[in-house]
Design a protein around this ligand. Structure first.
Ligand code: WT7
Length: 637
């Protein structure tokens, strides 16, 4: 594959950037033309942010899997598409070439069809990081079904809510998943999620851990048995479903400032082009290189930079089942050495945790294959940046600090490896197609440099969110109403004297814990479900490894005895309702919550107390009961 749109120099970047903003239609046309279409589009871009209504390449017909797989078969059928490394370093790795991936995706697409799945159906995928997860995802796209991948760390209740919201008809899961020394019983979680469900017709279960599972007659089938059925009937070549450019490709649930996660919807052509374009340009991918993105496919990073971006570019993506610290903190470096990884894309939280283990786990490992390092998910602090640069990149690899979101589909602001300059703790410059702006509290744009504001985007890019599933109004309210005619990111941001952007963190009630997005309202709802809890308020506080950790202030009816035990019970409740990723790190029982006369909890004060910054709590005169603050301070953890 060659990428005629790969930016090679700073001058090219400037030229492309300017063109993409002044004339997006003629900028994106030649790029889109390099893809495989069944029918060419009628119009490149149609949009308004008022409704919002955004369509890219409307009238165009295609299937994303033909772009991610079939189009590579002629010249690169034996190129590895996916290299898979097991949780267990002793277990043999697997390689799927583009030819093999094609075979397996077509085969599983047949399984889906045989089980009654068709275009437009919602299919929930709840699997561990095995190649079958990528195969299942692509097989959905092949038949035009809408996938909704749910991260393996979510609980049965969280899955039930998502199944219900998407009215999912099918589930693809595993018996279990390996994570370090643990074996997570995925199918059993699904069984719990299905109690009371009325939409799911079939559950396809892939074997991984061979944990005992219950298979319900008529509903549950084994992946392997279904594959055998396809094999005995021959593996009919399943022509990919013809999709409209704006047909839904997937739903991915993400947290916001309200209690209920929303289903972010991405569509076919725009998302494909955006993930491909950003992959090729940010990482400066060269054919033959091995790209290792350490994210789970249950998050947008895995969707965009393990599956769709790399595969649409004919790249080799490395997929890793395990944890960075298992069996020891040298796991990533062993993998880099073993597969001669060229691009490593990971999260600051992983970098900080490996940094804490010291350099013994790096010494003696051959990391000389590395060419580009990437960071994603949260701001990267300078200490972690420097450690990554010196110890992993040996000061020879550019670090791309990529800012983006589930809603943006792909990277929005980042330096381009070896093309545009890096600046530690800055995401730096917007990609072509991205027109950022900073807004003040009164809704006015803040012009000029060396300024701070709320980050918005002024025009659509191909990978922008199209709607929130089943509730377009919510999409409008959340992203397009805070500032007229702009997409609001929810992030605070500063722009330096050279126009570089530095993300300062969320300005809404959303936490970023180990790179995972968690809504405080969601955690509060979960805590409040616990018997004995009267009310709660959740805030974030800085944490050396996780970036942010969860602090919960809880008004608790103490008649239930031992308070430590009660805190454990509350943690268990959150684990049940959302999943272990949302467990509070600290719970403080308080006699009351600081409220204004209108009944609003003053989170600003609670945040300061949790952060340990108690010297200046700001104006507390509007509180109903200022004396409460003293009591809360006394009990601070
Ligand atoms: C939020 C989006 C993008 C995929 C992973 C997370 C924060 C993300 C950076 C970065 C500073 C970052 C933002 C954003 N974020 N990347 N490079 N520097 N902050 O996706 O779960 O949708 O979360 O993650 O706050 O809004 P997500």
């Amino acid at each position: 594959m060659s990428y005629p749109y790969q930016i090679k120099t700073l001058e090219d970047y400037k030229k492309d950037y300017n063109k993409s903003i002044s004339d997006p239609e003629s900028f994106w046309t030649p790029i889109a033309e390099t893809f495989t279409w069944r029918k060419k589009w009628d119009k490149v871009l149609d949009w308004n942010f008022k409704d919002p209504k955004i369509s890219w390449f409307s009238g165009g017909k295609l299937n994303i899997t033909e772009n991610c797989i079939d189009r590579h078969l002629e010249k690169n059928s034996n190129t590895p598409a996916i290299i898979w490394e097991s949780n267990d370093p002793e277990e043999h790795h697997r390689v799927l070439t583009y030819k093999e991936l094609h075979f397996k995706v077509v085969q599983f697409a047949n399984v889906l069809r045989n089980n009654g799945a068709k275009k437009g159906d919602r299919i929930c995928i709840y699997m561990g990081m095995i190649p079958e997860l990528a195969i299942a995802t692509l097989a959905c796209a092949r038949i035009g079904a809408i996938h909704s991948v749910i991260f393996g760390g979510f609980s049965a209740q969280a899955i039930a809510d998502r199944l219900d919201d998407a009215k999912a008809e099918f589930i693809i899961t595993c018996d279990g998943a390996f994570r370090g020394t643990k074996d997570i019983p995925l199918k059993s979680v699904i069984d719990d999620a299905l109690v009371g469900n009325h939409t799911v017709k079939k559950v396809i279960v892939c074997t991984r851990t061979r944990t005992p599972v219950s298979m319900i007659k008529g509903r549950d089938v084994w992946w392997e048995d279904e594959i055998k059925k396809v094999e005995t009937h021959g593996n009919p070549d399943l022509p990919a479903e013809e999709m409209d450019a704006e047909d839904m490709l997937f739903i991915l649930y993400t947290s916001g400032s309200t209690g209920k996660p929303k289903g972010v919807v991405h569509t076919t052509a725009g998302y494909m082009i955006w993930t491909n374009y950003t992959f090729v340009n940010v990482f400066q991918y060269q054919p033959g290189q091995v790209h290792f993105c350490t994210a789970d496919i249950g998050w947008i990073t895995g969707h965009s930079y393990i599956i769709y971006g790399p595969l649409s570019a004919g790249a080799t993506a490395l997929m890793f089942e395990g944890l960075p610290t298992s069996p020891d903190a040298g796991r990533f470096w062993d993998i880099v050495e073993k597969y001669k990884v060229n691009i490593l894309y990971t999260a600051p939280t992983a970098i900080r945790s490996l940094m804490a283990y010291g350099n013994d786990y790096i010494n003696g490992k051959d990391l000389s294959s590395l060419k580009v390092l990437g960071s994603v998910g949260e701001p990267i602090n300078e200490e972690a940046w420097n450690w990554y640069n010196v110890n992993i990149g040996k000061e020879k690899c550019p670090i791309v600090d990529t800012w983006w979101q589930t809603e943006t589909g792909g990277v929005m602001i980042s330096n381009l490896a070896n093309v545009t300059p890096a600046k530690p703790s800055f995401a730096t410059l917007p990609l072509p197609g991205i027109l950022p702006c900073l807004m003040d509290e009164n809704g006015s744009e803040i012009e000029g440099n060396n300024v701070n504001g709320n980050l918005c985007i002024k025009m659509p890019w191909p990978g922008i969110i199209r709607t929130t599933y089943g509730d377009h109004e919510r999409c409008k309210q959340t992203y397009f109403s805070a500032y007229e005619n702009k997409y609001f990111t929810g992030d605070g941001c500063m722009r330096d004297s050279e126009g570089n952007y530095r993300i300062t963190g969320r300005v809404d009630d959303v936490l970023n814990v180990s790179g995972h997005r968690i809504g405080t309202a969601e955690v509060e709802n979960a805590i409040n479900m616990h018997a004995g809890v009267i009310e709660s308020a959740v805030v974030g506080y800085p944490h050396d490894i996780k970036g942010q950790a969860i602090y919960a202030y809880v008004i608790y009816d103490g008649s239930h005895g031992d308070s430590n035990l009660s805190k454990q019970d509350i943690i268990q409740t959150v684990s049940r309702i959302i999943g272990p990723i949302a467990k509070p790190d600290k719970i403080q029982f308080v006699p009351g919550l600081p409220k204004t006369r209108s009944g609003k909890i003053m989170r600003r004060i609670l945040r300061k107390i949790a952060e340990g910054d108690v010297t200046n709590l700001g104006d507390t005169s509007t509180l109903i009961d200022p004396a409460l603050i003293e009591l809360i301070l006394e009990g601070k953890l």
